[in-house]
Design a protein around this ligand. Structure first.
Ligand SMILES: Nc1ncnc2c1ncn2[C@@H]1O[C@H](COP(=O)(O)OP(=O)(O)OP(=O)(O)O)[C@@H](O)[C@H]1O
Ligand SMILES: [Mg+2]
Length: 374
């Protein structure tokens, strides 16, 4: 192993280069040319694969220059034995024998650059360009990693928020059931008692009207409970979606056609809730942005994938609508879909209606559910 250190023309830190070269003369020529370069280099020569591996294991080289043919091995063999830690180290082939096809192939497998020995005076420029490119790649990799991490954090936060919202909803639903439901039942009993202990007609009329109001309040509290904590676990997905559709029709006077083609399936509570919330948000959006449009909901689980598609015939939307600030409905649905291993598609063209599709692969063993049995 021969080490050649060049005196620095500038105060910049020297770049450590490993030179895989079996010709001492060629190495010295490269060393002479690099000594005239602006950037200071430390050039260390090795000429066998074991020496190359040993030198790389030291972990101090920022760049490799390699001849193409080296006795019984080639630069490609050296490239292939770089481990993961060094696979990003820039690798330049400096050879008098490499043909065009081999050079193209080398670039194709990831070699940074190649230079014919006839053009060796261009070596400092090629090295500088390779190092600059490497710096850009490293910066991009770092930015990509940071971006991926921050996306993952946002996704986790969104998942956490959804869970927190569902938990809060369930707790409010319980309170509505226990407090309001309990109080209404007690008042109904008292009204019954009063009705049995009076013969006064006017009094009985008031009792009857109060009973009607109690009935109305009981229905309202049940509706609120269902909205807060849909009873899908008890009733199955299809009946719950049908209930949503009927409620929507009652509120809006639009029709919602529900088609269900389901085979036997097992849906986890999370998947059911995701499907239910998807339909709920799509209907809410339709009531806001596709006013007076009739809707269609298709539910199927054919091919082991649960698909629920909600389509309106409203004005549709531009792609940019999905990026609106303070609009979280569809983004939340996409996060929910991801959290159960599925995905959300929004397909819409202006004036052609909007279709929201949730797809969730179902991996568990098939069991008949309420809706498939009925
Ligand atoms: N069915 C639809 N028809 C036409 N445009 C729609 C439809 N659904 C959504 N959009 C457009 O997409 C945007 C984003 O919808 P999204 O549900 O994410 O948010 P939002 O309804 O505006 O607010 P949020 O759901 O957070 O209360 C809407 O503001 C609207 O412009
Ligand atoms: Mg919305």
């Amino acid at each position: 192993m021969i080490s050649v250190t060049f005196s620095a023309k500038s105060n910049a830190k020297a770049v450590n280069i490993l030179h895989l070269e079996d010709s001492l003369l060629d190495h010295q020529l490269a060393a002479r040319i690099l000594s005239k370069a602006e950037t200071p280099f430390n050039l260390v020569r090795v000429d066998t694969l074991p020496m190359f591996k040993k030198a790389m294991a030291e972990g101090k080289y920022q760049l490799i220059i390699a001849d193409y043919r080296l006795g019984d091995f080639t630069a490609i063999d050296a490239w292939n034995c770089l481990d993961d830690r060094h696979s990003d180290t820039p690798f330049v082939i400096l050879s008098g024998t490499i043909g065009e096809a081999a050079a193209v192939e080398a670039i194709h497998i990831g070699i940074s650059d190649y230079l014919h020995k006839d053009e060796i005076t261009a070596l400092p420029r090629i090295i500088q360009r390779t190092l600059d490119l490497q710096a850009i790649k490293a910066a991009k990799k770092k930015t990509d990693q940071e971006l991926a991490l921050s996306e993952q954090r946002i996704s986790e936060l969104a998942g956490h928020l959804q869970t927190a919202i569902e938990r809060e909803r369930a707790s409010i639903a319980r309170e509505v059931h226990d407090d309001i439901g309990g109080a209404l039942a007690a008042v109904r009993l008292d009204l019954g008692w009063l009705a049995r202990h009076t013969t006064d007609t006017r009094c009985l009329q008031h009792i009857a009207s109060a009973s009607d109001m109690i009935q109305h309040a009981a229905h309202a509290s049940q509706r609120i409970m269902k909205n807060l904590r849909p009873a899908i676990l008890d009733q199955g997905l299809v009946p719950s979606i049908q209930w949503l559709a009927r409620e929507f029709e009652r509120r809006t006077m639009c029709t919602v056609e529900v088609n269900a083609a389901t085979e036997a399936m097992t849906l986890t509570p999370d998947v059911m809730l995701t499907a239910y919330r998807t339909a709920q948000e799509a209907l809410t959006n339709a009531s806001k942005y596709a006013i007076d449009s009739n809707l269609r909901i298709d539910i199927s689980n054919l091919g082991g994938v649960l698909t629920i598609e909600i389509a309106d015939r409203g004005p549709g939307m531009e792609k940019a609508a999905l990026q609106k600030q303070n609009s979280y409905g569809l983004r939340g649905l996409a996060e929910r879909a991801k959290s159960v291993g599925g995905w959300l598609d929004v397909s819409s063209t202006p004036r052609n209606g909007t279709t929201i599709t949730l797809s969730v692969p179902l991996n568990g063993p098939a069991h008949p559910t309420e809706e498939s049995k009925s």
